[in-house]
Design a protein around this ligand. Sequence first.
Ligand SMILES: *Cc1c(COP(=O)(O)O)cnc(C)c1O
Length: 431
Amino acid sequence: MIHTTSEKLFDRAVQVIPGGVNSPVRAFASVGGKPVFITKASGSRMWDVDGNEYIDYVGSWGPMILGHAYQPILDALRTVMTDGTSFGAATEREVEMAELIRSIMPSIEMVRMVNSGTEATMSAIRLARAYTKRNKILKFDGCYHGHADSFLIKAGSGAATFGVPDSPGVTASVAEHTLTAEFNNIESVRAQVQQHPHEIASIIVEPVVGNMGCIPPKNNFLNDLRTLCDAENIVLIFDEVMTGFRVALGGAQERFNIKPDLTTLGKIIGGGLPVGAYGGKKEIMKMIAPSGPVYQAGTLSGNPLAMAAGMAQLKILKTDSSVYEKLEQSGSLLEKEIGQFIAQKKYSVTINRVGSMMTLFFTSQPIRNADDARTCNTKLFGEFFQSMLNEGIYLPPSQFEAAFISSAHSSKDLEKTVKAVQKSLSKVFEM
Ligand SMILES: *Cc1c(COP(=O)(O)O)cnc(C)c1O
């Protein structure tokens, strides 16, 4: 495959954009080489500036669950934009969107629209702190909740008392209020709760982790979190920015039948436009300005184009149950065919999958948490990624991300993908 135009664009980009990209993982930093520049996408396919075609398993990092350039979403955008692109005033569409979200996720009694997942999580913990009059939050090692200061905290080893900032610019005084525990290990959570009695405002979790690769919750983990939060008056936040409308229509909370106090949403909810939302119990949500004292605002929040695209997508997901059946079938087919090949060849690869989220971890051990994920051979993954790209399959350019299947992936796409995986794994392991 030839990438000369992409390479030239990247050389220009690094002169004027930090690292050449507007979000770090796009830069191929962890897999080597320069990123490809995309010109257009349709269904399961994307094309780069050199004319190469890819079957896409990034799906804009989650939003494109129905495939790219989906006609009903484009139609909704066309219709709405002729009336103007933003008013900064109340619109009927925002009420419809809130009602639609509530009908899909019953734990959300009230909801506030924002413009990204980061804004949603950042606002949700401010609200949880105000509601509980407590300062600390607890997150899990390896979970990603956007780039707000409070979440950029590396896990200390074991039961570390104070967080260590993951990024320069995050002050120690912010970091000290973020506690960390191990995903799928309720004892590590109990230990933190005991060490900080009546200090923890909120526990925030990706109920199915996507941001260290796909990691499902163990049998009772989410239930145990719910019980612990109830006993300690801690606000339980499910960060469903990725899993919402993905692992089931009603997200992980529907799939595992657990009601969080607050939920954060993003990605699919915007149909490819920049949207986020946070919502939950009325008693908590009504503390937000202007009905309450907790300030949170947004010039473009509830934007007409964003609401139209998001609602068009959510309405299809709500009314056409065949979408989730197809996603499950496609995911299961990939897992089975690739899994059989790996077992037969005895390659050190572990597959995790929940519905249409899936990761091939380059290690032979089970992946239950961040420490497990860190055992992966990221160099091998990088070589695998490059080989797949060359075969025309666009995977997330990092070992620690989930691949997303859309309902636009055809059985031919899946067949081609399995063949490319077999070829690439053989190449990587037998070189
Ligand atoms: C993507 C993501 C975010 C951040 O959303 P942005 O829209 O990128 O700010 C937060 N939480 C989770 C679980 C995510 O996957």
